[in-house]
Design a binder for this molecule. Sequence first.
Ligand SMILES: [Mg+2]
Length: 425
Amino acid sequence: MAPPLALIDCNNFYASCEQAFDPAVLGRPLVVLSNNDGCIVARSREARQLGIAMGTPYFQAADQLRRLDVVVRSSNYALYGDMSQRVMAFLGRWVPDLEVYSIDEAFARLPALPPDGLNRWAAELRVAVRQQLGLPIAVGLASSKVLAKLANRLAKRDPARVGVCNLIGDPELDAHLARVPVEDLWGVGRRLSRWCRMRGLSSALDLARADPALIRQGWGVVGLRLQQELRGISCLPLETVATPKQDTCCSRSFGAPVLDRQSLREAVATHVVRGAEKLRRQRQRTARLTVFVRTSPFSSGFYANSATAVLPLATQDTGVLLQAALPLVDHLYRPGCAFRKAGVLLQQLQPEEQLQHHLLQAASPAQLQRRERLMQAVDRLNRRFGAGTLQWAVVGLQPDWCMRRHHLSSGYTTRLGDLPLVQAR
Ligand SMILES: [Mg+2]
């Protein structure tokens, strides 16, 4: 028999991260807002039970939230990103093979255990993650990825399961599949679900039992794989090695429109600094940098433009990237435009260990090494004392284009000064 697979997923991840560090909001309804405090993008279990809808614009829901005494938080990406890394590192120590699938979920291959051994393993993992990281998780167990996804959903929906659902050898499997609409299946997009519906395949069970020839005719090998997975035959391998990124993008909408050239330069510089940090973390260099800007598509005189610089020597040096990016901003800037968004795209990424030298841009190895050590020192200081401890002057001191984040929680895990304090008497 194929080794069992698990889908491990954090429940209400953003909301749970907020609750994990603030005992005062534990057990209280809590919502997290998107960029610029726009919409509700995450809800704690308690907020969900109050019937607060996902995606509601904050300005529409604000009164209701106040009436219901709901805690409101801005997105704290530094906190969620750091907690995600901790969860994945922890899981990596528990399972032989792990595929990090998104910020809060991972597939895992488990050792072959008898069914009750598997359930016990999953229950223990839940307790351990809760104890070590303060986060609730759900575990779906099955013999294929598609079924593990489904099992995870069942584990979350049915409180009687206490966060664990094991579909391996489950005599009720067909009954579960019959209740799942085909569009709710992992890997089924709008086109495939419409195709299924038009042929009378409305549930996961219908799809599992459909004539493979029909599936192949409409969806080729992709459809056949999905069908096999639904039948419990694993076809989608665990991707335990992350494929290196081809490009990386840093961009944000502005909290308030940006009118002057200096602020636009500062905004772009901020993204360049973050992008360069990302490159160094990913151990990559970039050979191509694009800056893009735009005004609001909803106002008259919409303006959007981009400009690209090809770098003679691939780099991860913030200074070099800033020198390439800032002239592009001057080129893109238009007086009188109210800019709402700017960003930086770093392309043609390559591994840092192979550097293609340029005949006409001779850089001495000693010079490059000094710059590398400088970047490492900057990164170390910022990791230790918090992002932005050491900053590039072009970024500016008091950016007024920053995201609106009026309800931001602390950098509990990423800034020394924000460490939670415990008082004992
Ligand atoms: Mg989740």
